[in-house]
Design a protein around this ligand. Structure first.
Ligand code: FE
Ligand code: FE
Ligand code: FE
Length: 165
């Protein structure tokens, strides 16, 4: 697991986000079932499908760049999911839980945005141009999801707002 070169660091970081995405496929289903707001529930479901595509995209990056992923578990994602699970244990279903879930999901998206941003920068340095293109697509999806969640955060639990969409 030594990381001596930028290439090693890139492979390690890619392996880490691969683990994070895999952990998320399980967690997003749970969030979707826990959300009361129907639009929010759908948004989690939609991002679950995107996440499956993102995992396939990482497989493509590995192939295009001639890499081999390492066995890494993303400890940060494990922790973020644990915090989301605490919300599920402690708050009953409804607008307050929904607001908590939005926050938990945004923490996840911000982690991913940072991770993919770093991978794009490192990949550029390494000349992995095709790989970087794919990683940028995922980065855009994560940013769009974060933005959508911000809109939900401003609407959920606010009876004045027209139904969150
Ligand atoms: Fe993702
Ligand atoms: Fe990580
Ligand atoms: Fe995401």
């Amino acid at each position: 697991m030594s990381r001596k070169t930028v290439n090693d660091l890139f492979v390690h970081s890619l392996s880490d986000i691969y683990s994070a995405e895999k952990q998320l496929t399980k967690a997003l289903g749970k969030l979707s079932r826990a959300a009361t707001n129907e639009q929010l529930s759908k948004a989690f479901q939609t991002h679950l499908e995107e996440t499956q595509g993102q995992i396939e995209r990482i497989d493509q990056v590995v192939e295009k760049c001639g890499l081999k992923l390492k066995r890494v578990k993303c400890a940060a994602m494990e922790g973020l999911i644990e915090e989301a699970d605490e919300l599920l244990d402690e708050i009953e279903k409804g607008p307050v839980l929904d607001a908590g879930l939005i926050g938990a999901a945004q923490k996840v998206e911000h982690y991913e945005i940072a991770a993919y941003g770093t991978l794009c920068a490192l990949g550029k340095q390494l000349g992995f141009n095709d790989g970087v293109k794919l990683l940028q697509e995922t980065l855009q999806e994560e940013k769009a999801t974060d933005q959508k969640l911000t809109e939900f955060a401003e609407q959920v639990g606010n009876p004045q707002a027209k139904s969150a969409s």
